[in-house]
Design a protein around this ligand. Structure first.
Ligand code: GLU
Length: 550
């Protein structure tokens, strides 16, 4: 077979040589050890935690080493394309602090290794498919869907591996004349890799290969034996082929991707070998798992777990710093230890490594995220929290605009109890914070809890007396003494333990009295210190709320 002739026949429009492309996209001029990583999302409009998890690893590896992190749009499957998806991807990742140096951007492309959109790279894929055909390493395959279904049925009946390989690769050895004949009839065809592997050999003779995965260590697998499709009938490459071409020509050094790609690794390794290239360093990350309703670990699923979507965190108003901090705890096993030793260090000072990444499921736990978030938010100043809440509200809850009218008021609210030796950790995410503090705003204030039964009959008297004695300038101690005095005067124990010991002697204790006041002021049984809240509410508002009960 004259492969050169076949290649020329199949690819009459290829006008550049592989060498020209190699020269157009030279090895990057970067410092020693610099890593080049990429994110290759499909533009489906759904960007999830797994993407962010991988993107974070990519970003750290590149930026920590003085390398490059770029965004490539993998849109070869046009059925999945969603308008505006690229913007969603870029904006969502930017929100979480993931910024690209190169690649697709909202205003077009940036960088010298493009196009970064696979659908724009047709001629490049054609060129390298032509090269493989011209070297006898790939061939046109005219098998129809029916023929492939028939092959599969036979394979099933014989209990053989499915696929187009070995004796099933019926178009592998078509003569040039046969091919010319089929082409002249206009029959559709795909281009398949002519694989060297042979899985029908006895187990000990099957060729194997080894790859050093940066997360998983040495992987030893049987070589690929499938005549994998590299160009589809419409000339568009498959993921496998596009991956090899793009990551080579864009000079990617590290490919971080999900473990679901491990089964395709033999194909990729063979493709790189046939193209005569060094494969990148693979980093196959663990699947994100959660503890399911039945107590067992399971993969996070788009259908069942709203927390898989990045929108979930944005809508609830998780602070990006909290999400980053949490992701690092599941990305690198030594992160939490580092954080304890360096409580105030910038997160970027942590040295992220692939070796410390888990290779079995990474457990995602919302409760843990919430705990991490409490610690992270504690370190964010009230002024920054104000800005964060405001931008969240502008985007998701514009009806909350009045909350932001008085910056100083809101900042004082956000700071309640935070300066103490054992600070309050009330803040988790924007939505929850607003629910937590809404009683400070008259429009949202409502009585949510019931008065304590022990004081229910005395509410008007208690609050009447409290109002009478109220002096906004009282210190916390003076204030409390007044409550205690009102309580004892009305028959409540000054100390809870006295009431516990002799319940028959008292109506209740001072705690019940102060709870009645708390509910009148805040509408809730639980709240931070009443005196402090009154100071923030201001005298007027405090008196107004109390008056309703007196
Ligand atoms: N387009 C692939 C995906 O969305 C990317 C996989 C990779 O990073 O290589 O799953």
């Amino acid at each position: 077979m004259n492969y050169e002739k076949l290649a020329a026949l199949l690819f009459p429009n290829v006008d550049k040589s592989p060498e020209e492309y190699e020269a157009m996209f030279p090895i990057r001029d970067l410092p020693e050890g610099a890593k080049v990583t990429r994110l290759g999302p499909s533009p489906t409009g759904f960007i999830h935690l797994g993407n962010l998890f991988g993107a974070f690893a990519d970003e750290r590896l590149a930026h920590q080493s003085g390398g490059v992190f770029y965004l490539r749009i993998e849109d070869t499957d046009d059925k999945r394309f969603v308008e505006g998806a690229v913007e969603i991807i870029i904006n969502s990742l930017r929100f979480f602090g993931i910024n690209f140096d190169e690649g697709a951007t909202i205003d077009g492309e940036m960088g010298a290794y493009g196009s970064y959109t696979q659908s724009q790279r047709g001629p490049i894929y054609q060129c390298f498919a032509k090269k493989l055909v011209s070297e006898g390493k790939a061939y046109p395959c005219f098998l129809t869907e029916e023929e492939i279904a028939e092959i599969r049925a036979q394979q099933e009946a014989n209990k053989e591996n499915p696929g187009i390989y070995g004796k099933w690769a019926k178009n592998r050895n078509l003569s040039l004349e046969d091919i010319e004949e089929k082409l002249s009839q206009g029959l559709p065809y795909v281009i398949r890799l002519k694989s060297d592997g042979d899985m029908s050999l006895p187990e000990d003779q099957i060729k194997r290969f080894e790859v050093e995965d940066a997360i998983r260590g040495t992987l030893n697998m049987p070589c690929n034996d499938q005549d994998t499709v590299i160009l589809k009938a419409n000339g568009i490459p498959t993921y496998h082929f596009a991956h090899a071409i793009d990551d080579h020509l864009m000079r990617t050094t590290h490919v971080v991707r999900g473990a679901e790609w491990l089964p395709s690794l033999p194909i990729h390794v063979e493709l790189f070998e046939k193209l005569g290239w060094q494969p990148p360093i693979y980093c196959h990350t663990a699947q994100l798992m959660k503890i399911g309703e039945d107590g067992n670990k399971r993969k996070l699923s788009k259908r069942h777990d709203p927390e898989l979507s990045l929108d979930y965190y944005r809508k609830l108003g998780y602070h990006p710093a909290a999400v980053r901090e949490y992701l690092l705890t599941i990305l690198n096993s030594n992160f939490e230890e580092w954080r304890i030793a360096n409580p105030d260090a910038d997160i970027d000072e942590f040295e992220f490594t692939t070796e410390k990444m888990s290779n079995s499921g990474a457990l995602f736990d919302l409760n843990k995220l919430n705990d991490v978030s409490k610690d992270v938010l504690l370190k964010i100043s009230a002024s920054d929290l104000y800005d964060f809440l405001k931008s969240w509200s502008d985007e998701f809850k514009p009806e909350l605009a009045p909350v932001f009218e008085n910056r100083q008021y809101l900042e004082r609210i956000l700071d309640i109890g935070r300066a103490e030796a054992k600070p309050r950790k009330d803040h988790i995410y924007a939505q929850q914070m607003i629910e937590n503090i809404c009683y400070f705003f008259d429009d949202m204030f409502k009585i949510e809890d019931e008065m304590p039964a022990e004081a229910a009959d005395d509410v008007a008297v208690i609050i009447g007396k409290y109002l009478e004695s109220y002096n906004h300038a009282d210190t916390q101690e003076e204030w409390f003494n007044k409550i205690r005095d009102i309580g004892t005067e009305l028959g409540y124990a000054a100390k809870p333990k006295d009431f516990k010991k002799h319940p028959e002697e008292y109506k209740g204790h001072v705690g019940h009295v102060s709870t009645a006041i708390r509910i009148a002021l805040m509408g809730r049984q639980q709240s931070p210190d009443v005196w402090e809240i009154q100071q923030i509410l201001g005298e007027e508002r405090t008196r107004a709320r109390l008056s309703k009960f007196a």
